[in-house]
Design a protein around this ligand. Structure first.
Ligand SMILES: [Fe+2]
Ligand SMILES: [Fe+2]
Length: 162
C-alpha cells in the first residue's frame, strides 16, 4: 500500500479511538450531571467509535500492513451543559468527516480500489453521524434546558440501542 495512505489510515484508527475517548469523557460528565439516559447514548457511541477503529484495523491486517499504535491526547471534560456536549460532539464529527474525505480523495488519486471501497463505508457513515449528532443538537436547543423536557429527552436518549 502507498506509504502516505497507510500513514493516514493508521492515524484514522487513532482518531476513531480518540473519538471514543472524547465521548467517554462526555458520558462521564453527563453521568455526573445526573443524566443516565444521555450518558447511555454516549456510551453506545463509544462502542461505535471502537468498531470504526476495528474496521480500519481489520482492513489493514487483511492487506498485510503493519499498524503502528499512536498516542492519545488528554481529554477535557469541562462542559457547560448537555447542549454544549452535543454541540462540541457535532464539531468533532465534522472534523472526522473532513479527515475521512481527505483519505477517500487520496485513495481515489492512487486508484487503490479496495481502500476506496472501505472508505466509502465511512463516507456514508459520516453522513449518518452528522445527522444523528445534528438531530440531537436541534432537540436540545428546543428544550432550552427546561427541566421537564430535559428529563423526557434523557429517557428518550436512554433508549438508544447498541
Ligand atoms: Fe467514527
Ligand atoms: Fe463518529
Amino acid at each position: 500500500m502507498n506509504k502516505e495512505l497507510l500513514k493516514g489510515l493508521v492515524e484514522q484508527i487513532n482518531l476513531e479511538l480518540q473519538s471514543a475517548y472524547i465521548y467517554f469523557g462526555m458520558a462521564s460528565y453527563l453521568e455526573e450531571s445526573g443524566f443516565a439516559g444521555f450518558s447511555h447514548w454516549m456510551k453506545v457511541q463509544v462502542k461505535e467509535e471502537v468498531s470504526h477503529a476495528m474496521r480500519i484495523y481489520d482492513f489493514l491486517q487483511e492487506r498485510g500492513e503493519h499498524i503502528e499504535m499512536l498516542p492519545f491526547e488528554k481529554v477535557d471534560v469541562d462542559y457547560d451543559s448537555v447542549l454544549d456536549v452535543w454541540e462540541k460532539s457535532l464539531v468533532h464529527e465534522k472534523f472526522i468527516t473532513a479527515s475521512i474525505d481527505k483519505l477517500a480523495n487520496l485513495a481515489f488519486d492512487l486508484k487503490d480500489f479496495s481502500a476506496m471501497g472501505m472508505l466509502q463505508w465511512f463516507v456514508d457513515e459520516q453522513v449518518e453521524e452528522e445527522d444523528h449528532f445534528g438531530g440531537a443538537v436541534a432537540q436540545l436547543q428546543m428544550a432550552e434546558g427546561k427541566g421537564s423536557t430535559m428529563l423526557m429527552l434523557d429517557r428518550e436518549f436512554g433508549r438508544r440501542e447498541g
